[in-house]
Design a protein around this ligand. Structure first.
Ligand code: TRP
Length: 336
């Protein structure tokens, strides 16, 4: 048996902002799945954080549930990792309160994500938005996690988490919290390009740019056939322009190496027909996404199972959180 006492604690959350696309899968989820065997993992749906934008009650649960379904469809195993809804762990809020007492207005106002939100939404600059980093720190510190798999855009939040943790430890003269590090998978990270010929795949870049794991075959084919190309190579083995390189990158993740080589060779001999390449890519993409789509569909109609997963996750998460909160309350001076 493996020695579970020495396993590193991993924690990460996803905001429920819609369906998971290929970029999310290769950039985050696939790696979460790989981590669940060797670490003590806590993966949650950040449905407290989503209150900053004032969703309706139906949207709130529906969106959180949708992310949970997609987590499981991607291979996260509720018997290996602790998978839960943030709102099922109110201990997080108690820690958030304690951390807020030592989080200063100046440092919170300087956070890049806060400044962006203020610019985008000047009419909704609420205190929850300002204290987003303390809530995120509470998410992580409640489990004493040391490794936090997140994208580059979250590094400033992680730095603040370390600041708050260290400040708490100093203030109460106890090493309560370890200092967590962002973890970005290094070489295992594949950047998935979008279909519009520009940068990375994302939902904010427009409808046609991203392919979602639960997308139906017809829509996938349509998007791929519409992807941007150029008029074709004119010199043998010439460097590929970005939009063509992007198609090859997508092909590398969903097609067989033989297929990629076949079209690469045609390109280098100036004999490629992009229509043929796209048709092949579309078929391979459909085959790649289909098992996810079917699994998502199956899980969506299985409310009993989802409830069981949520309950199980809640129980495991609370066991871990309660230990931390008791210790925290004790060092602050409250009775338990
Ligand atoms: N801020 C993260 C994002 O926008 C989501 C998040 C909330 C998170 N709490 C977290 C990520 C704790 C890691 C750990 O993507």
């Amino acid at each position: 048996m493996t020695d579970t006492t020495k396993r590193e604690i991993v924690c990460s959350g996803i905001r429920p902002t819609g369906n998971i696309h290929l970029g999310n899968y290769f950039g985050a989820l696939r790696n979460f799945v790989r981590m669940q065997d060797e670490h003590d993992c806590f993966f949650f749906v950040a449905d407290y954080h989503s209150l900053t934008t004032h969703p309706t009650p139906d949207d709130l649960y529906g969106n959180a549930r949708q992310i949970l379904i997609q987590y499981i469809a991607c291979g996260l195993d509720p018997d290996k990792a602790t998978i839960y809804l943030q709102s099922d762990l109110p201990e997080t809020i108690e820690l958030y309160l304690f951390l807020n007492m030592n989080a200063y207005l100046g440092e919170l106002e300087r956070v890049t994500s806060f400044k962006d939100k203020v610019r985008q939404n000047p009419n909704n600059v609420n205190a929850g938005l300002l204290t987003y980093p303390t809530l995120m720190a509470a998410d992580i510190l409640i489990h004493k996690a040391t490794k936090v798999p997140v994208g580059k855009d979250q590094e400033q939040h992680l730095e603040m988490t370390r600041t708050f943790a260290q400040r708490f430890n100093n203030m109460y003269k106890h090493e309560v919290f370890p200092l967590p590090q962002a973890y970005n998978f290094g070489h295992d990270l594949i950047k998935i390009p979008g279909l519009d010929g520009s940068g990375k795949m994302g939902k904010s870049e427009g409808e046609g740019n991203a392919i979602f794991l639960n997308e139906d075959p017809k829509s996938i084919r349509k998007k791929i056939m519409r992807a941007k190309t150029d008029s074709g190579p004119t010199e043998m083995s010439q460097t590929k322009p970005v939009e063509i390189e992007n198609l090859f990158t997508l092909m590398k993740v969903v097609s067989s190496p033989d297929t990629v080589e076949y079209f690469d060779d045609l390109y280098n001999r100036c004999q490629i027909r992009y229509g043929d390449m796209k048709k092949q890519l579309a078929e391979d993409m459909v085959n790649f996404c289909e098992p996810f789509r079917l699994k998502i569909e199956e899980l969506s109609s299985n409310e009993d199972y989802l409830r069981r997963v949520m309950d199980q996750g809640k129980e495991k998460a609370r066991e871990s959180a309660r230990k931390t909160i008791e210790e925290v309350r004790h060092v602050i001076g409250y009775r338990n």
